[in-house]
Design a protein around this ligand. Structure first.
Ligand SMILES: Cc1cc2nc3c(=O)[nH]c(=O)nc-3n(C[C@H](O)[C@H](O)[C@H](O)COP(=O)(O)OP(=O)(O)OC[C@H]3O[C@@H](n4cnc5c(N)ncnc54)[C@H](O)[C@@H]3O)c2cc1C
Length: 561
């Protein structure tokens, strides 16, 4: 039997990123993926080969921002493995029922000119608002790109500009307190503080809520940075679809001698003398690792379902209960609609321009509508009376994803995982049935057709995936698209729990990566890169930390200009 240095459970983009760094450092790696295609939330698939041959769909992630805040694409030279990013400009379009619309370009200045058509005050405030969040992002990026409890690694990541931006937020006691106050408020409060116009506040609230909570949620003001990121570093999509990121990573992994085995459902972590030594998969086959087993799936599933309780208890008698009860996830998931279209959408009532369709299109009529979209899901209700949604027509930016002249439509609609009152029925007892998901999809499409009346005529085929099906496909607990909710008490050194926050676990040789670890969900690769760093540091000689301190002092005393 081959013994690998490292086995990674799940070939999501974070597992693959982690593998790439380990292979480059000379370790042998095996990735075991449950699906027939690697990538997890980062795949592009020909979803309806019979009804819509040649149409390629991003089944989950589409717009990539966070990965451009990391050095991963350059460090791993992913362009040499076929990855090419296409940046969006404009980045956001949101038509309002009153005839106004928000059109955001990559340039803040151009965006302000668009806003100024309706409100010169809001246009001016927008520039200041984005500037604040840009400084926030710039000064937190060094933390995203390091294990959260590794002060030295974080400190080494700071350059002068980032340090200055940090000081601009935290310099002086009142400034610091005011910054903390901002972070403790909600996106809605913040938007009301800065802006007057609903046509502007509603899309910003919708984007802020992409962290997975209603805009009124206190302590989650940081969601407001989602718009700022679309200006810088910008929003991009791999040519050919999100799956091209996965394919580039797989090519890199394989070129370094790594193995990716698909249709391997990991069922159990093998523990020997308190140490993780391998895994067994659904057909009973065992795979062995001499140095580490790394999980791309969330800690709760890992420890509660895949490891014998006695082994977990021997390592930490409180862990199972803490994972079970202390990690709090909401009931929000996504109902995903993918359509093949004979022509692109036309926003007739908003001076249609084809470039509206380059970035993300938001149906967010008001902050209240966005609030209901998230609030109802928490309560187990489907917010389909007046649906808010996030949609993209990816083929406008990248025509290669459909047959010539044809288009695809990607719709994300927030929906509850467990429907209240339908417990025990439908798929996995969630209440979701084929009939219900299609009924909800119909309402979502009806709403979109109010803005783009040619939708129904253009619709050639559609595929609807309920939250229960999405959870099953991804192997994600309750269909949670971030594995663990991105709320403040579960972020950074609290993610997923303080004792598990630095990618290491109380079981020797068992590490965590993926969306459920710092800095969290989305396409960033950062959890994969950070985890690889922790593993590699654990393999270094004991005096390495002193060398790190020395290097840090050197780099700060003699900064590279
Ligand atoms: C509908 C939707 C839209 C999204 N849109 C965006 C977007 O536009 N931009 C963005 O940045 N993010 C978006 N996200 C979030 C993003 O897709 C995820 O946060 C990200 O893909 C997580 O990556 P990961 O590698 O950590 O985990 P995953 O992608 O979840 O990978 C985990 C892997 O483990 C595998 N696995 C699970 N269980 C087992 C098992 N027992 N044995 C073996 N393998 C197993 C899974 O099949 C999967 O491949 C979206 C998510 C969804 C669901």
């Amino acid at each position: 039997m081959t013994i690998y240095d490292v086995i990674i459970i799940g070939a999501g983009h974070n597992g693959l990123t982690c593998a790439a760094y380990l292979l480059k450092a000379g370790y042998s790696v095996l990735l075991l993926e449950k699906r027939s295609v690697p990538g997890g939330g980062a795949t592009t698939e020909e979803l309806m080969p019979e009804q819509a041959p040649g149409f390629h769909f991003n089944r989950c992630a589409i717009d990539h921002e966070f990965i451009h805040l990391s050095p991963i694409v350059e460090e791993l030279k992913l362009n040499q493995y076929g990855l090419k990013y296409l940046f969006c400009d404009p980045v956001v379009f949101c038509p309002n029922p009153d005839g106004k619309y928000f059109l955001a370009h990559r340039s803040v200045e151009k965006t302000c000119s668009e806003i100024a058509r309706y409100s010169s005050r809001d246009a001016k405030k927008y520039a200041e608002f984005i500037n604040f969040w840009q400084r926030f992002i710039n000064s937190t990026v060094p933390m995203f790109n390091a294990p959260p409890k590794s002060i030295l690694n974080i400190a080494r990541n700071y350059d002068l500009k980032q340090f200055k931006d940090l000081l601009s937020l935290l310099g002086g006691i009142d400034k610091t307190l005011d910054f903390v106050r901002t972070m403790l408020t909600s996106a809605e409060d913040l938007l009301n503080e800065w802006f007057d116009s609903e046509f502007l506040k509603a899309p910003l609230a919708r984007l802020a809520s992409e962290v997975g909570t209603p805009p009124s949620q206190k302590t989650l003001a940081f969601g407001a940075m989602m718009m700022a990121m679309r200006h810088h570093p910008g929003m991009a999509r791999p040519q050919g679809g999100t799956g091209e990121l996965t394919k580039a990573l797989v090519r890199l992994v394989q070129s370094q001698g790594g193995e990716v085995l698909t249709e391997q459902v990991v069922k159990k972590i093998l523990i020997d003398n308190g140490r993780a030594v391998g895994v067994s998969v659904a057909n009973g086959q065992e795979y062995r690792a001499s140095k580490a087993v790394i999980s791309n799936i969330d800690a709760k599933r890992l420890f509660l379902n895949f490891i014998d309780a006695a082994d977990v208890d021997a390592a930490d008698p409180n862990l199972r209960e803490r994972l079970d009860r202390r990690i709090v996830n909401s009931n929000e998931s996504i109902l995903k609609i993918d359509c093949a279209l004979s022509e692109p959408l036309r926003f007739e009532y908003h001076n249609h321009r084809d470039d509206y369709l380059i970035g993300s299109v938001l149906i967010a009529d008001s902050v209240e509508q966005v609030e209901i979209a998230h609030h109802d899901t928490t309560l187990g209700k489907i917010p389909d009376l007046d649906p808010s949604m996030y949609l993209v027509v990816p083929t406008v930016l990248d025509p290669s994803m459909a047959p010539e002249g044809k288009h695809t439509l990607w719709i994300e609609f927030f929906a509850p995982y467990q429907i209240k009152g339908a417990e025990g029925t439908g798929l996995h007892g969630t209440g979701w049935t084929d009939e219900l998901k299609n009924k909800v999809a119909e309402r979502v499409l009806d709403k979109l057709a109010q803005y783009a009346p040619n939708l129904k005529k253009a619709l050639m085929a559609r595929h609807v995936e309920s939250p229960a099906e999405l959870g099953e496909r991804l192997g994600a607990l309750k269909g949670n698209y971030y594995h663990v909710d991105m709320t403040l008490e579960q972020m950074v050194f609290f993610r997923p729990l303080p004792e598990l926050a630095n990618y290491q676990t109380p079981i020797e040789g068992l590490l965590l990566t993926g969306a459920g670890t710092h800095p969290g969900g989305s396409i960033s690769g950062m959890p994969g890169r950070n985890c690889a760093r922790v593993f590699l540091q654990s393999q270094e000689p004991i005096f390495q930390p002193f060398i790190e301190v020395w290097k840090l002092c050197q780099s700060k005393l003699n900064p590279i200009p």
